[in-house]
Design a protein around this ligand. Structure first.
Ligand code: CUA
Length: 327
């Protein structure tokens, strides 16, 4: 369905789970189309062939016709049973049970209004963008830090609620490299509309390189502007909410910023990521994402510039051999 898929992502599935949902959709649509055709056809035939004339007596009522009553009970019952069995089969395909004690590949925590993303095996923490290797069935553990959110990447699988105090699980298995956009699919407060997420599916090699770069301690460059930005980051209370590895390791009330410069969007999808847009965000987040939890800190132009320089200096994806590489 190339045309439908380009307009509505659910019609362009890129995982066995999403494919299974779409297959069920088409079977259901086909059954409903046949019923619609029979009902409409019958109405048209009856209107044309059996139309009464003014003054005609009422036709005899059909009452107590056992065969007829059994027929019009049995047919809908058979249709509903068929749809029920097909739905059960699809549920089995999209939610296979995890092996006992199986560790999740990714832990995703919904927050008002962004997604925390953790990789327990590598210790990598990021936000709003989930990197996954193509072809691997990744087990996602969904949690919430506050209210009920709903994780949904239409091309990859079903919606799944993120419920406070009750972890839910989801399988994601992208079969082709690409960028698959998703969103929070349940109203969760003021900025719900800007709680987007993005799955970046890449080859196992690219994913391994990304993981290694993200797991590496941040670069420690020491230009005056970077040091100034780092100092502002600590003085202006940024550290209370935002994690930067080595600086505020336990902060998680707001997105991790260690490698924010490597991400595609900021503000959970509210704008493309660039030094210019990050500066606009810092000048007044409320103007960009109204009602978000980050207040306007009334930073001066110089402070904004120093902060952007600091945050942009941290990623160090290709350090010279033997320098900052701590592996
Ligand atoms: Cu989170 Cu809507």
């Amino acid at each position: 369905m190339p045309f439908l898929g380009s307009v509505i992502p659910t019609f362009d599935p890129v995982s066995p789970q999403a494919r299974s949902i779409l297959d069920l959709t088409w079977v259901t649509v086909a059954i409903l189309a046949v019923i619609l055709a029979i009902v409409c056809g019958a109405v048209i035939v009856i209107l044309l062939r059996f139309r009464g004339k003014p003054g005609d007596a009422d036709p005899p009522a059909v009452h107590g016709h056992t065969k007829l009553e059994i027929t019009w009970t049995a047919i809908p019952f058979a249709i509903v049973t068929l749809l029920f069995v097909l739905s059960l089969r699809t549920m089995g395909q999209i939610h296979p049970a995890a092996a006992p004690n199986q560790a999740p590949d990714v832990i995703v925590v919904g927050h008002q209004w962004w997604w925390e993303v953790r990789y327990p095996a590598s210790g990598v923490i990021t936000a709003n963008e989930i990197h996954l290797p193509v072809g691997k069935d990744a087990l996602i553990r969904l949690e919430s830090a506050d209210v009920i959110h709903d994780f949904w990447v239409p091309q990859l699988g079903p919606k799944q609620d993120a419920v406070p105090g009750h972890p839910n699980f989801l399988w994601l298995q992208p079969t082709a490299p690409g960028i698959y956009d998703g969103a929070c699919a349940e109203f969760c407060g003021n900025a719900h509309a800007w709680m987007r997420l993005r799955v970046i599916a890449e080859t196992p090699e690219t994913f391994a390189a990304w993981t290694a770069a993200q797991a590496r301690p941040p670069a420690s460059q020491h230009t005056e502007q970077i040091l100034k930005g780092g100092a502002i980051f600590q003085e202006q209370a940024c550290v209370n909410c935002h994690r930067v590895a080595g600086m505020s390791d336990t902060a998680n009330a707001a997105p991790d910023l260690t490698y924010v410069a490597t991400r595609q969007t900021i503000g959970a999808g509210v704008m493309e990521n660039s030094p210019e847009n990050l500066a606009r965000w810092l000048e007044n987040p409320q103007a960009i994402k109204p009602q978000c939890n980050m207040p306007d800190f009334n930073l001066s132009e110089e402070e904004v510039a120093a902060l952007v320089t600091f945050l942009w200096s941290l990623p160090n994806p290709t350090p010279p051999q033997g320098s900052l590489d701590h592996e």
